[in-house]
Design a protein around this ligand. Structure first.
Ligand code: NAD
Length: 357
């Protein structure tokens, strides 16, 4: 082999602003004006969110003299698919979006994952900004740059790390979120509490009514945990994997339920199964899984794998998990509130689903 020369290519990781504030949606145009440097912009959203908030965004963009196209996708996880991606690409072409133009993702995690992935790949790269409207998207999906879509075989199997240029979160929009969706989003907030913030965990433990009265604070704290983790490890080479607590079992259960379970509901179930695994491996003290279970139960989240889901199929789905290394599925397991052990490799996946009472 002959090498003609070698050049080291410096890559700087880009920083971006995240702003959170009640009522900020009305200022979208003003806040995004500096991010949008080119004439064409597309606002990508789903039909539910479009009905509620697209007019507000349109007014704010018009007030700031930002021209934009609207792209409205069907709501639901099924949109985060290859077909959904093709539909979005088709509409971006119709909107004459070019390389470097800005895509604004207005919606929950489905919209931000798919629009973010389109931004990473359409015309070899557009800018994107995220305006998350669900609890889950505010505290998790919109931050950190993980984008992608599902394959029939499993969740998020195609994706890219591609951070947005701006994130704008207005907790006021959570008041229109269906209660089931808000509860599901709270599962990720509880997870953030477990892995990194005892006070956040305690806030979640107060139960459903107090939670609905402190949404802005929960968003702020939940986001802060995610930001801190990704600042230290943007490409999940180490500690970021702590965010995967509950997700190995959770993703499998979500897929096997055929998405009857919402993502957050599946993660709640996954956290309990994985916390019990941590107890069995003497990584966590006995009783720790029950402490988490009580909090999730208080928020009316499911904590058991539904009986109609086949254990064999869940094991098969876990085996397709992308957190695999050397053929072994890796778990992020809690040690105690604020501490997680990452990269725990499990040989016998059947043992993961054993319930210990
Ligand atoms: P979602 O995007 O499907 O939104 C949930 C539902 O709520 C949808 O019907 C939507 O139309 C509706 N909705 C959203 N905001 C609303 C509002 N303010 N008022 C009324 N209705 C509203 O689901 P989600 O829970 O936001 O996100 C789940 C997705 O996020 C999953 O695909 C999951 O894999 C992904 N995710 C990604 C990351 C990441 O780091 N990229 C992290 C966690 C989850």
């Amino acid at each position: 082999m002959s090498v003609f020369g070698r050049v080291a290519v410096p890559l700087k990781s880009r920083s971006y602003d995240i702003v959170v504030g009640s009522g900020l949606l009305a200022d979208t145009g003003k806040l995004l004006k500096d991010v949008i440097s080119r004439p064409r912009t597309a606002v990508v959203t789903d039909a539910n969110v479009a009905d509620l908030y697209l007019a507000d965004i349109a007014k704010s963009m018009n007030d700031s003299h930002i021209a934009f196209s609207e792209i409205i996708l069907p709501p639901g996880e099924q949109t985060k698919s290859f077909d959904g991606l093709m539909e979005l690409a088709d509409q971006l072409l119709s909107a004459r979006i070019e390389r470097g133009d800005t895509i604004i993702a207005l919606g929950g995690g489905v919209v931000s994952d798919l629009a973010g992935f389109s931004a990473a790949t359409f015309m070899r790269g557009c800018k994107w900004a995220s305006v998350p409207t669900s609890m889950l998207a505010m505290v998790d999906a919109s931050i950190g740059g993980k984008t992608g879509f599902d394959l029939p075989q499993g969740k998020n199997l195609v994706g890219a790390f591609y951070p947005p240029s701006f994130v704008l979160s207005d907790p006021n929009v959570l008041t229109s979120l269906p209660a089931r969706e808000l509860r599901a989003g709270m599962a990720e907030v509880v997870k953030h509490g477990v892995i990194a913030d005892k006070e956040l965990f305690d806030l979640c433990a107060k139960g459903w009514k107090p939670v609905t009265e402190t949404l802005a604070e929960l968003v702020r704290r939940g986001m802060a945990v995610k930001v801190k983790v990704i600042e230290e490890d943007p490409y999940e080479q180490g500690e970021r994997a702590a965010l995967n607590f509950g997700h190995t079992v959770g993703h499998a259960v979500e897929v096997v339920s055929n998405f009857d379970l919402l993502h957050g509901e599946a993660i709640a179930i996954g956290m309990i199964a994985e916390a019990r695994l941590a107890e069995r491996l003497s990584i966590a003290d006995d009783g720790f899984a029950d402490t988490i279970k009580e909090v999730l139960f208080g928020l009316n989240l499911p904590v058991h794998i539904p009986e109609n889901l086949s254990q064999d199929q869940i094991i098969l789905a876990m085996n397709k998990d992308k957190k695999k290394s050397n053929g072994l599925v890796r778990f992020a397991l809690p040690v105690r509130i604020g501490q997680t052990r990452i990269g725990v490799e499990i040989n016998n996946l059947g043992s993961v689903l054993e319930e210990r009472k």
